[in-house]
Design a protein. Structure first.
Length: 120
């Protein structure tokens, strides 16, 4: 049966790049933005404001936003989105937002950047 399913599949050969492109989890060991990036810094400050994180804390970059250390959860994601819309004067289409956009400061920055550039 598995051979039949494989033969019927639209794609049954996967390259390394295919697997990497479908990866859903952010690799926090890779930092796609320079630490002086304006959007990144603004997203970080907005998160700290909404989640009431100590202003001296710089380790927000080191943790998953859903961790207990940072404090993002299903109940305050909408507040974060609303604050980002207000701060950057953008409109985020909620239907296009995924939990994976909230994995880290960097993934949230990417969401904001795409909306600023009209690429969403």
């Amino acid at each position: 049966m598995s051979e039949e399913l494989e033969s019927l599949a639209l794609k049954n050969r996967w390259s390394e790049s295919d697997l990497l492109s479908s990866k859903r989890y952010y690799d926090n060991k890779v930092e796609p933005y320079d630490s002086n990036n304006y959007i990144l810094k603004s997203v970080k400050e907005t998160l700290k404001e909404v989640l009431k994180i100590d202003n001296k804390s710089e380790d927000i970059y080191d943790y998953n936003l859903f961790s207990n250390r940072v404090g993002l959860n299903d109940h305050n994601c909408f507040s974060v989105i609303r604050k980002m819309e207000e701060k950057f004067n953008i409109k985020i289409e909620y239907i296009n937002v995924s939990r994976y956009d909230f994995v880290s400061v960097h993934t949230l920055t990417k969401l904001v950047e795409l909306n600023i550039n009209g690429q969403v």
